[in-house]
Design a protein around this ligand. Sequence first.
Ligand code: ZN
Length: 324
Amino acid sequence: MKTPISWIIDDPAPVISVYYEHAGKSTTEDGRPLIPTYPNEMLFTFCDIIEKYGIRGKFSVIPMPGNKGDIVNGLEGIPEAEMKEWLDCIKTRVIPAFSAGPEMLTHHKAVDLATGEALPMNERDWASTQDRTTFVPYISKALSLLREAGIPTLGVTSPWDFGIEVEGEYEYSISSAVEEVTGSKNAWFFLRGLRRPGAKPWVAYDDEGRTLVSIPATTRDYLWATIDTPRTDDGLISEIADKLITADGKSGDVIDMLETGGYPILISHWQSLMSNGLGTGLKIMEEVARRIKLHLSDRVEWMSFEQIMELVVSDKASYPKPVF
Ligand SMILES: [Zn+2]
């Protein structure tokens, strides 16, 4: 069997940049204004790249991005046609190569489910003191909004490190909410990075007939640097791609992970691909995928998170929970 390889895309939402909403600053590190939205053309370019190289992975869809409405009833300041065009593209070109899932409700302020209003704290801080009685309805709401928008999902991504202080309650709640909303006994989630030799996904919860698979990032988001530089030249693209896989295919995080028996699970954020409107990160993604295809086609196989989940569920004993 070839080694699974996968690419995590955190933080996408229709048109709205959640990074602009939650960054807590108005400019890039080099002083350019942060842009509040990304044109759909940049999503189409992303789709061209994943289709060309057969990239698979995980793609977040934030259902109430930045507390500005929701993907079913409409988003503040975004024409309905543009939101619909974005969502239709996810349904037709991103899925099923990428497993879609909410990254909780807003990736910004926590939401009072009874009123829909924002609470005076972000979702990470809110989550740190919750238990299953409040997590299950919150996660169910996020999954249900994707479902209502026509996007199937069997898993969730944690905004920031949402739930890490109460991980057991959080894990139970994800598994329970996914069954409640979709009927599936199996679910996946992404919370942790695991950047050590031989890193693989693991069975996080396995009880009451339900299984939850934790799929970690095993590399770093080096593309993040493209947000804070106006450079878009080939030298920069190659230099950042090298950190994942060099042009000769001999080193980089992807190679290190493969050499130690781990699964290369790459990570980017929507804002690190969009690069504040310059799209430099998209070019790096394409270069990395080209190098992987050129050098590793006989060793790795692109997989979506649902495929990795199925793989783990079919052989649970081989995927024990690591000691953190
Ligand atoms: Zn995120």
